[in-house]
Structure formats: C-alpha cells, structure tokens
Design a protein around this ligand. Structure first.
Ligand SMILES: [Zn+2]
Ligand SMILES: [Zn+2]
Length: 251
C-alpha cells in the first residue's frame, strides 16, 4: 500500500514558503504521496486566514502543479481541495470545483459556524447536533461531488469546545447508527472513500483516537468502502502525523 497523506493545508497562496516546507516534511516522513487540500473560499466565513482567496482557485491549482512538477522525482503531489458542504451552498461549492482541476475533492462538514440553518443560542442536545452534522455528510455523499469524506465525527471537537454552541445533555452514540449506515451505503454505492483523520491525535481534545471513532469504523467495516489517511496538517510538522498509529485502520 502506498503511504499517502491526502489531506493537508499548506495555505500556499497566502504562505508560499509552506508548499516546499510541507513537501520536505512529507519526504522526511517517508510518504510516497501527499495531496494539498487547502480550504475553499467560502462566502459564509469570508476570507479566513487559512482559505484560498476568493477568485484564487485557478492560481492555487497552478501553484500546486508547479510544485508537483518540480518535486516529481522525489514525491507524488496531488492537487486537492477541501469543500465545506451544505445543501444551501451547493451551487457555491460547484462553482469552486469547476474553477479548478483536482485529483481529489474532500467533502467536509464544518457546522461549528453560523449560517447553516441550525438553531443557535441553546436548546440543542449533543445528540441532535451530531445528527445535524451526519445528515449533512449524508447530503454530501448524495451530492456526487466528492471522492473522500473527511472527519465524519468532527462533532467530537465541538463537544469539547463548548464555545461554539451551548450544547446540552449526554451524547447518545447509538442514536447516530441509522444515519451512519445510510452514509456508508451511499459511500459504497458511489465509491467514496472514508478518511481516517489524525487531527484528534495532536489536538488531544478527547481520548477517542482519530476521526472517526472506532465504533464508527466498525460499522463502516460492514460496507465495501476504501479508506484514506489524512493528517489535516495546517503546519509542516503535522504532515504524516500519526500515520503509523493509523495504518492498521486503513483497508
Ligand atoms: Zn475540515
Ligand atoms: Zn482540513
């Protein structure tokens, strides 16, 4: 199996030096390939520091391809992008995708920010919030836009940082199983890969291992779904992070 990190954020248009830093680190870590997947420009968040600037998707793809050609003898470099999916903003996602050429398009749910029709200001339980996130991943899978779904249970991070929402109650994982099964059936049907994401290993907000938690991987194991590894590195020292701990979870 090729050792590949298919989820990294060099932020190369805003921090051009990071492209080479990420590549050097990837080579050091013994990776066969790395995919740059900077965050899409997104009207909901505005021009956040770690996003491709508005109108910059073509330049971003050109910058990654230029590095890919320069370092092609040492490592395989793919052009990717991380898309914030929500049905309300699907047209925006499609416009971004069609303005570049990508090897991998990652589908993500980032519902810890406002603008997605989720009731803010309290009254939502942890279980309800997790279901909002998973319903959004289900819609993402059905959209047909993605090759990989990333950090499926990212709600674990939101649970640990109660600054985003005043969430209530204990999380009931069993309540999410029907939705997870719908997601996995759709992923199997469309050959969408499931990412095992190392971010929880270095963010250390809970002790449940990488995204998704073992319980979810066990359910996914009942379906024919490929798995990818992603460090979700936003700094060069995180490229390839935790690969050895995760590789046995990849099938
Ligand atoms: Zn993400
Ligand atoms: Zn990411």
């Amino acid at each position: 199996m090729k050792k590949a990190d298919l989820h990294t954020h060099p932020n190369i248009l805003k921090k051009p030096e990071q492209g080479e830093e990420f590549i050097r680190r990837a080579i050091e870590m013994g990776l066969d390939s790395v995919c740059f997947t900077d965050h899409m420009p997104f009207s909901v968040t505005g021009d956040e520091h770690d996003r491709i600037p508005f109108g910059g998707v073509g330049d971003y793809c050109r910058a990654v391809r230029e590095l890919s050609e320069r370092y092609g003898n040492e490592i395989e470099i793919f052009t990717g992008i991380e898309i914030d999916y929500h049905p309300l903003y699907e047209d925006e996602a499609k416009a971004v995708i069609s303005s570049g050429e990508f090897d991998f398009i990652l589908g993500s749910s980032h519902l810890n920010i406002s603008g997605f029709g989720i009731p803010f200001g309290g009254g939502l339980t942890r279980t309800e919030y997790a279901l909002f996130v998973l319903e959004n991943y289900l819609a993402a899978a059905r959209s047909g836009l993605f090759q990989i779904l990333t950090h499926l249970d990212v709600y674990r991070w939101v649970f640990s940082e109660n600054v985003f929402y005043p969430l209530e109650g204990e999380f009931d994982p069993s309540a999410t199983e029907p939705t997870l099964r719908e997601i996995f059936a759709e992923m199997e049907l469309r050959d969408i890969a499931l990412e095992v994401n190392a971010a929880p290993l270095y963010k250390k907000f809970d002790g449940d291992g990488p995204y998704p938690a073992r319980r979810i991987l066990d359910i996914a194991g009942e379906y024919r779904i490929r798995r990818t590894y992603g460090s979700d590195a936003h700094a060069a020292d995180k490229v390839g992070f935790g690969y050895d701990a995760i590789k046995d979870l990849l099938i």
